[in-house]
Write a protein that binds this ligand. Structure first.
Ligand code: HEC
Length: 126
């Protein structure tokens, strides 16, 4: 039983170290810089709208209020080709990892305009 104490202490220590790190990276904003992302979003506005909630054309998804991790993942996948879209691939290949984090943080910081299509058939597209 004398082994239990050090093990317990180690677990407590691990928890104490890793929990704040996790909290800092979690949430909607993610790891990017919102202000820098705002500057970098000029190229995106033509399609996704000035506020990231494009009413311009339904083929352009709303980005405002989406989770940063989701946005960053989508951009990484367009860049790598894992998610295929010729329009977005053209933009994503010009982005660095930092650009992606900043853009994701910026769009995630905007007011949520996402809707649940299942609850609102009037705006469902398919
Ligand atoms: C010429 C129009 C156009 C421009 C400019 C553009 N996008 Fe897009 N974007 C699209 C289209 C169309 C889609 C949907 C593609 C698909 O179905 O995968 C999309 C999808 C996305 C998605 C995935 C959203 C989701 O809900 O899955 C993200 C994230 C995104 N764009 C970010 C950006 C960022 C950041 C920029 C600026 C660097 C940008 N886009 C510029 C047209 C554009």
């Amino acid at each position: 039983m004398h082994l239990m104490k050090p093990l317990f202490a180690t677990l407590v220590l691990l928890g104490a170290v890793s929990l704040p790190a996790f909290a800092a990276e979690g949430g909607r904003a993610g790891r990017g810089n919102v202000e820098a992302g705002k500057d970098k979003s000029l190229a995106c506005q033509a399609c996704h709208g000035q506020d990231g909630a494009a009413a311009i054309d339904p083929q352009y998804p709303r980005l405002a209020g989406q989770y940063a991790d989701y946005l960053a993942r989508a951009l990484h996948e367009y860049r790598s080709g894992a998610r295929k879209n010729p329009i977005m691939a053209g933009f994503a290949t010009t982005l660095s990892d930092q650009d992606i984090n900043d853009l994701a943080a910026y769009y995630a910081s905007l007011p949520v305009t996402l809707v649940d299509l299942a609850r609102n058939p009037a705006v469902a597209r398919d």
